[in-house]
Design a protein around this ligand. Structure first.
Ligand code: DOR
Ligand code: ZN
Length: 424
């Protein structure tokens, strides 16, 4: 296949024009001339900008266990709409993904249903160690309870997990700091205070520093939401630790003041905080301290979100590219950072081969986006949440087409091919 009249964002972060030749799912040639060779199938993509398919390293597709909230098939459609071609699914399922047989069951479900490429994580359990081989991309440590299992908050338990697993991704919010008894009186971000974050970082740092260099794992701080985390990550990187950071769109678009307007639909863990935190995150992105963006796509039904005891979580994978391109238009992030934030950062962190940008030899995971001079938000919501938290934003970019492993899966609002994605 050939994409002609193409304009694409290179892995180095600038634009090139010409044609893209795709064979057996991979980009075999980036031709810089306007005269493409003959091919059985040529697609004219004039007027579009071609971006690398986004890797979303943080999703909750809710399967097995909570299909009524989402499920792999539906969520992977939402992913395609958002320009996401690869996901890593979280292990806080019902039941949680804690052992070999649950890992295998989840892999089977993804292989059978996911339209995008996929990887999964193992749910860490205190004092229990599972041989993961190459079956999971990382091990998730919840320092605040997120499934039927207790949270892991002790330094000694962290230390043991750090010694055993080579890559750990951490929900770095230490629940021993939560003000449970005042929950009824306080706002969500108040009973889950900032100290839970800084306390968690301290424990993580101490556990890392108690280990010899070679025994330390790679540590990913998931969903960074505070200035404290940006400063900590910058300092730890400067000290030479193998630490990586992820943030999510909702921390870049909203502040805690927005709870007044959006109510519990904006309730998420860790909570959205102040304008100062938001600014620090944006600066962390532009200075390269934060390595990548994950959506933390965490669907719940609207009825659940609006109930007296609402669950936390925001589902927004289907707007990922429009969100990020909006931030580019606003001058908040630069084109040259985009490749890093949506593909290269998580590809390198989680050892995802051949998907770190638009390069010869890489898989043809490509997203064609188009800019319009008016809002391009559609009423239709793919996620079972049925809710679009971003409907008030004036998104000018739209995903026209999403290609996974060289196959067009989504085109002009339609899901056009049912081939499944690959395990990464
Ligand atoms: O808001 C959240 N929702 N934070 C989490 O850590 C888990 C997630 C979920 O699974 O709903
Ligand atoms: Zn999450």
């Amino acid at each position: 296949m050939i994409l002609k009249n193409a304009r694409w964002l290179t892995a180095e972060g600038y634009f090139e024009e010409g044609h893209i030749e795709i064979e057996n799912g991979r980009i075999v040639r980036l031709g810089r001339s306007s005269n493409p060779p003959k091919s059985d199938f040529t697609l004219d993509v004039r007027g579009c900008v071609i971006l690398p398919g986004a890797i979303d390293p943080h999703v909750h597709f809710r399967e097995p266990g909570q299909m009524y909230k989402e499920g792999i098939r539906n969520a992977s459609r939402a992913a395609l709409k958002g320009g996401v071609t690869t996901v890593i699914d979280m292990p806080n399922n019902r039941p949680p993904t804690t052992n070999h047989s649950r890992v295998m069951e989840k892999r089977k479900r993804f292989a059978a249903k996911s339209l995008v490429n996929w990887g999964i994580m193992l749910h860490a359990v205190k004092g229990r160690f599972v041989e993961t081989d190459n079956l999971v991309k990382s091990v998730k440590i919840y320092m605040a309870k997120s499934s039927s299992l207790p949270a892991i908050t002790s330094k000694s338990a962290l230390l043991q997990l750090f010694e055993y697993y080579p890559v750990v991704s951490i929900h770095a919010e230490d629940e021993t700091f939560f003000l449970h008894e005042q929950k009824k009186k306080l706002a969500h971000h108040e009973w889950r205070p900032r100290e839970a974050i800084t306390g968690a970082l301290q424990k993580i740092e101490q556990a890392l520093k108690n280990l010899e260099d070679q025994k330390r794992p790679r540590v990913v701080i998931c969903h960074m939401n505070t200035r404290d985390e940006v400063q900590w990550l910058g300092r730890m990187k400067a000290e030479g630790f193998d630490v990586w950071g992820e943030t999510c769109p909702h921390y870049l678009f909203f502040t805690q003041d927005d709870y007044l307007k959006y109510g519990t639909t904006l309730q998420v863990n860790p909570p959205i905080r102040t304008e100062d935190d938001r600014q620090a995150l944006l600066q962390g992105l532009s200075e390269g301290v934060i390595d990548f963006i994950g959506t933390d796509h965490a669907p719940h039904t609207l009825a659940e979100k609006q109930s007296a005891n609402p669950p936390s979580g925001i589902a927004s994978i289907e707007w990922l590219m429009p969100q990020l391109l909006y931030l580019i238009d606003e001058g908040v992030i630069k084109w040259r950072q985009l490749n890093h934030l949506i593909a290269q950062g998580s590809a390198h962190c989680y050892a995802i081969q051949g998907r770190d940008g638009i390069k010869e030899g890489n898989w043809a995971d490509l997203v064609m986006v188009k800019r319009f001079d008016r809002n391009q938000q559609e009423a239709q919501v793919i996620s079972k949440t049925g809710n679009n938290l971003y409907k008030d934003f004036d998104f000018r970019w739209k995903v026209e087409m999403t290609m996974v492993n060289g196959i067009v899966k989504y085109r002009k609002g339609k899901f056009v091919n049912d081939t499944k994605g690959m395990a990464i």
